[in-house]
Write a protein that binds this ligand. Structure first.
Ligand SMILES: [Zn+2]
Length: 311
C-alpha cells in the first residue's frame, strides 16, 4: 500500500512537471484589446496563450481595471499595446504596479503595435486641452484598416520570433497564412464597397478615419463636437445643417455610445439613418476575429448603403 502510494505520487509529480514544461513553451501574451488578441492568436497559434483586457464592446479609452488585470499582466511574457495614447487613462498604472520587469515599456516583452502602421490625424500644431481628447501622436483607432492589421501581424511575428527563436519558422508560416487569407478577403471587401466610393457620412467619435479612407468614404462630421466631448445642442444643430447641405444620410455609432443624439439628428435629415458598427473584435457577437470584424462591418455597411443609395 505504502509502495503504491509513493508510485502514485511519483506519477503525479511527473505529470505536473510535464504540464509545467508544456505551459512554459507557450508564451503568455496579454493585449489591451481583443483586436490585438485576435492577431496574436492568428500568428502565435498554439505557441501562445492570449488574454485581452478591454472587451470589444467597451470604449477602449476608458477601461475599469479589474483585479484580474493585475494578475494577468504580472504573469505576462509579452504585453501588446495599441499605443498612440489610446490606453493612457488606464494602462500605465497597471503596467507599473504589475511587478513584472519583462513587460515595462522599453523592455523586450512590451510591444507597441502602432510603431510601424499607417497613422492618420497626427496634429501639426500644438495640442491644447481646448481641442478635446485629441491624441498628439495621431489617431489611435488605426486597427480598423486591414492593411494595418497585416502590419501589426508582422510586428507580432517578429516579436514572437525574437522571444522564442525556436518557434520562428512556425510563426512565420502562420503569418504567411494570415496574410493570404486577409488579402483574399480584402479583394472581396473592396469589390463590395466599390459602388459606394465618395459616399458622405457622419460618425459619432473619430474611430473610423482609417476604415473610411481605405474604402473611399468621406466623413463630413462627428456627433461629438470634439473627440471625447459629449454632444452639445449647438453642435448638433450645425451637424444637421451640414448633413442636409452635403447629402450625408448615415450616422455610424460605436456600441458604447448613447443613441439619443444620433437618432435625434437622423430624424431631422431626410432619409437619415443610424448604424451601429463594431469598432473591435467582440464588439458584436459576429465579430469573432480580425477578419470577421471587417466581414461584419463591410456586410452591414454595404447592405445599408444599398438601401440608402439604391446602388
Ligand atoms: Zn478615440
Amino acid at each position: 500500500m505504502r509502495m503504491r502510494a509513493s508510485i502514485m505520487s511519483a506519477v503525479v509529480v511527473a505529470c505536473l512537471a510535464g504540464t509545467t514544461a508544456n505551459a512554459q513553451k507557450a508564451l503568455n501574451v496579454v493585449t489591451s484589446t481583443e483586436d490585438l488578441g485576435s492577431i496574436v492568436r492568428e500568428v502565435g497559434g498554439d505557441k501562445v496563450t492570449v488574454t485581452s483586457l478591454a472587451r470589444g464592446y467597451q470604449d477602449p479609452h476608458f477601461v475599469d481595471p479589474k483585479p484580474s488585470f493585475i494578475l494577468a499582466v504580472n504573469r505576462a511574457d509579452l504585453y501588446v499595446a495599441v499605443g498612440r495614447e489610446l490606453e493612457i487613462g488606464w494602462l500605465p498604472p497597471l503596467i507599473t504596479s504589475s511587478r513584472n520587469a519583462k513587460i515595462q515599456p522599453g523592455a523586450s516583452g512590451y510591444l507597441d503595435a502602432s510603431q510601424n502602421v499607417h497613422i492618420l490625424e497626427i496634429p501639426t500644431g500644438q495640442v491644447t486641452r481646448a481641442m478635446g481628447d485629441v491624441h498628439p501622436l495621431g489617431n489611435p483607432h488605426y486597427w480598423l484598416e486591414p492593411g494595418n492589421g497585416r502590419l501589426i501581424a508582422r510586428a507580432v511575428r517578429d516579436k514572437l520570433g525574437e522571444l522564442s527563436p525556436a518557434d520562428k519558422a512556425y510563426v512565420a508560416q502562420r503569418y504567411d497564412d494570415f496574410d493570404k487569407r486577409l488579402a483574399a478577403a480584402e479583394k472581396r471587401w473592396d469589390a463590395a464597397m466599390a459602388p459606394y466610393k465618395g459616399t458622405k457620412l457622419v460618425t459619432y467619435h473619430r474611430s473610423w478615419p482609417n476604415f473610411m479612407e481605405r474604402f473611399g468614404l468621406e466623413v463630413i462630421g462627428y456627433v461629438e463636437p470634439k473627440p471625447g466631448i459629449p454632444p452639445s445642442p449647438s453642435h448638433t444643430i450645425d451637424l444637421i445643417d451640414e448633413m442636409k447641405r452635403t447629402g450625408a444620410k448615415l450616422i455610424v455609432v460605436e456600441p458604447y455610445f448613447s443613441l439619443k443624439t444620433p437618432q435625434a439628428v437622423a430624424s431631422q435629415v431626410p432619409g437619415g439613418k443610424v448604424l451601429i458598427m463594431a469598432p473591435s473584435v467582440g464588439g458584436v457577437k459576429e465579430a469573432t476575429d480580425f477578419i470577421q470584424l471587417f466581414e461584419y462591418n463591410v456586410g452591414l455597411l454595404t447592405s445599408t448603403l444599398k438601401q440608402i443609395t439604391g446602388k
